[in-house]
Structure formats: structure tokens, C-alpha cells
Design a protein around this ligand. Structure first.
Ligand code: CMP
Length: 143
């Protein structure tokens, strides 16, 4: 079954949106298989956002993501990578549709509440970066 990496960013944790965000993915029918509240180190941030290292906002991006706790998650389900991206909305909250997480809660392109893997390759890379194998569970849901 497909897995993706999702992370409530420091602004989302500060604004107490973790429960609301987890609830949206639960209600959609996806399964939470890994989760932790953590403080990202500068090294991990630079690795995670490596593809943006030449962008003018790279320093700001690393500074922000390491500014406070994040809630890192692994979610499982059919087509979860693309569907989670749809549920998150466009990167810039000003362009994100109402009803999406960023459309409803995001403020600026930097403080956009949530990160989600954009492809199967990045999902695998990001899950391995943030989680040990034994921190990802496999279990059957009732009903
Ligand atoms: P994310 O999905 O976490 O992946 C890369 C992030 O870079 C993106 O969300 C935005 O939060 C951030 N980003 C993109 N453009 C800018 C920008 N112009 N200034 C600051 N951050 C940006």
C-alpha cells in the first residue's frame, strides 16, 4: 500500500492545528502508521530541503522549519501521495482553494502549515529521513 510523509510545520503546531489536520486525513479514510512531535536540526532541514538549496529563500526555509516543534507523520492508503497533496492545496495559501488545509489555515508561502511528499520517490526518501523502520507500524483497522 502506498505511503506518504506529511509534516505539520512549526506554525501549525503553534496554532494548535495538529488535531484538526490529523482528523482530516483520518476522516478521508487514510491510516496513520507513524507519528512524532520533534525538533528538526539544521542538518536534517538542509537534507530534507536539499532540492531548494540554491533558491533565494533557502536560509529562511531552514530557519523556519527549525524554529519550533513539527509533527511528522507517515500515512498509508490508496493513492495517498497525490490525494494528500490535493487535500493540502497549493503551496501558496493565497492560491490554495477554500476547503484545502492551506486554503483554510495558511497565511504565507513560508508559513503554509503543512508539508507533504510530492512523488513516490520523495515519499520514500522523506520517510527514511525522518523515521526508523521500527517506527512505522502495520496494523488492521476495525470496521
Ligand atoms: P514545502 O511543501 O514544505 O516545500 C518547500 C517549501 O518552500 C514550501 O513548502 C514553502 O513553504 C517554501 N517556499 C516556497 N517558496 C517560498 C518563498 N518564496 N519564500 C519562503 N518560502 C518559500
Amino acid at each position: 500500500m502506498e505511503k506518504t510523509f506529511l509534516m505539520v510545520k512549526p506554525d501549525g503546531v503553534q496554532r494548535e492545528l495538529v488535531g484538526e489536520i490529523v482528523s482530516r486525513f483520518e476522516k478521508k479514510g487514510f491510516q496513520l502508521v507513524g507519528a512524532k512531535l520533534m525538533q528538526i536540526t539544521k542538518e536534517l532541514a538542509e537534507e530534507h530541503y536539499g532540492e531548494h538549496k540554491d533558491k533565494p529563500f533557502f536560509g529562511e526555509l531552514v530557519g523556519f522549519i527549525t524554529s519550533g516543534p513539527v509533527f511528522a507523520m507517515v500515512w498509508e492508503g490508496e493513492n495517498v501521495i497525490a490525494t494528500a497533496r490535493q487535500m493540502m492545496g497549493k503551496t501558496n495559501p493565497q492560491e490554495a482553494a477554500p476547503g484545502t488545509i492551506r486554503g483554510d489555515y495558511g497565511v504565507t508561502v513560508g508559513k503554509n502549515v503543512i508539508h507533504g511528499s510530492d512523488s513516490p520517490g520523495s515519499a520514500e526518501r522523506e520517510i527514511n529521513l525522518f523515521f526508523e523502520n521500527d517506527q512505522i507500524l502495520s496494523y488492521t483497522k476495525d470496521s
